[in-house]
Write a protein that binds this ligand. Structure first.
Ligand code: SF4
Length: 471
């Protein structure tokens, strides 16, 4: 009898089922890796204490501190100032010590944003199930891992049982044909996808990104795409592992080695779904005509080509409100609009290739007068690598601030924030009201577009800078 074609999602889901779903109960799914950080874990550990429970598999749990840590070296060296952020960090230290969990503490050379650090360490592996009390856990799907963001109660459940209750999601294939043009990046691609399917387009689904456009991306670019799956409402994003994935993972500290590596490769090569696998839904997008993208509103689907014009609400109250908040007029172009702040960083675009992109635009140029530019590496490893290449000098000589790693201005929990009414071109992933500070106006963009805004002091097409340099 002919074998039923299967999706990548089915291959991972079925291998992790402890108990199948029924009409009354969700499935029980085994979790291979649990990532934790200082913000969403304290209450979960309290729940364990109340029940007198240990962490079931501490060796499958990995902790870092990223959301509220300072990015100024002086603040780190002198100790964090008293306040809620220091308390969160101290609580995570205590909890990891008490429950025997490996923590990448403030001094760890491997500390970083949880979704940057996991892949760098080789902890993120194809075919695994990964959870974290953070929405952008979808990032890890770039490796062909089924990765979910979970809530605090679920964090406690996974700590106690190494499993998760889940209803089986539906599947959505996003088929991407063609190749991205010069100056068009993975960030532009994912903003275009979210604009196409909407902020609820992936609700209840796991998205699998497929096709030539995805295959041609590096791992860092694939992470950018999967990172923002959650912004389309999806439960997770997935990309089938291939040689690009395996080359990235080879030799990393937590990757298998020797004979174990060979066995892992055999398993991982069996993961991709069948070409004729059936998805619950599918969307086809040709990426060859895409341009650099920019958001104009208060969700990531409110995005347009950088050369475009802000849409007219035509009775759309949500869009009207968004434009009022952003201080933008219907039908106006964004090119040439002055900006106040530029932020390069976050788990979406804080990796080495992102910093290289920004440096391509900034080399030999200065940050425009009146613009504040913050460059925050996604991890200490990214920071060291960037410094070894001299990228930090490109930024500091241009007049930008070069910081220690952390979430920083993506979430504005550590003091790095945008003032009310200011326009910030940001490489992060969320632009809702107040995300980067009360009253802050966020325009999401790629590192290339953000760097072009920094040196020109206004919204600009990054392709112009690459052409000027003959790149
Ligand atoms: S960089 Fe932003 S989106 Fe990513 S984990 Fe930190 S706060 Fe969340």
């Amino acid at each position: 009898m002919a074998k039923t074609p299967r999706t990548l999602f089915e291959n991972i889901w079925d291998r992790h089922l402890v108990t199948a779903e029924t009409s009354e109960t969700p499935a029980v799914l085994y979790i291979d890796l649990h990532l934790i950080h200082e913000v969403t874990s304290p209450q979960a550990f309290d729940l364990l204490r109340q029940r007198g429970l240990p962490v079931r598999r501490p060796e499958r749990t990995l902790a870092t501190m990223d959301h509220s840590t300072p990015t100024l070296a002086a603040s780190l060296a002198g100790g964090m100032p008293p306040g809620p952020a220091r308390e969160q960090v101290a609580t995570l230290q205590d909890n990891c010590r008490e429950f025997g969990i490996e923590l990448h503490d403030l001094e760890s050379p491997q500390r970083g944003i949880v979704h940057v650090m996991g892949p760098e360490l080789g902890a993120t592996q194809p075919g695994s199930t990964i959870v974290c009390g953070d929405s952008h856990t979808s990032t890890h799907g770039a490796f062909g891992a089924l990765a979910f963001g979970i809530g605090t109660t679920e964090v406690a459940h996974v700590l106690a049982t190494q499993s998760l209750l889940q209803r089986r999601p539906a599947t959505l294939a996003v088929n991407l044909s063609g190749r991205l043009g010069p100056g068009v990046s993975a960030k532009d691609l994912v903003l275009a996808i979210i604009r196409e399917i909407g902020v609820s387009g992936g609700t209840g689904h796991v998205i699998e990104y497929r096709g030539e456009a995805i295959r041609s991306l590096s791992m860092e670019q694939r992470m950018t795409v999967c990172n923002m799956s959650i912004e389309a409402g999806a439960r997770a994003g997935l990309i089938a592992p291939d040689d690009t994935t395996f080359e990235y993972l080879a030799g990393r500290p937590l990757s298998p080695s020797g004979v174990d590596w060979e066995h892992a490769l055999e398993r991982w090569r069996e993961l991709p779904g069948d070409e004729d696998a059936v998805f619950d839904r599918s969307v086809d997008i040709d990426v060859s005509e895409l341009e650099p993208m920019l958001t104009y509103g208060t969700n990531p689907a409110m995005a347009m080509p950088v050369t475009g014009k802000v849409p007219v609400p035509n009775g759309d109250a949500g869009l009207r409100r968004a434009l009022d908040y952003m201080g933008l007029g219907a039908g106006e172009p964004l090119l040439g609009r002055p900006v106040d702040v530029v932020f390069i960083g976050s788990c979406t675009n804080g990796r080495l290739s992102d910093l290289r992109d920004a440096a391509r635009v900034m080399a030999g140029r200065r940050v425009a007068d009146g613009v504040r530019m913050l460059v925050v590496p996604g991890s200490q490893d990214v920071k060291r690598s960037a410094e070894a290449e001299g990228l930090h000098r490109v930024f500091t000589e241009a007049g930008a601030e070069w910081r220690e790693s952390g979430c920083s201005m993506c979430i504005a929990m550590n003091g790095d924030s945008v003032a009310a009414g200011q326009y910030a071109v940001s490489t992060s992933n969320r632009n809702f009201e107040g995300r980067q500070g009360a009253g802050a106006r966020t325009l999401l963009a790629s590192p290339l577009t953000a760097a072009a805004a920094a040196v020109s002091g206004q919204i600009s097409d990054p392709r112009q800078y690459l052409e000027d340099d003959g790149q």
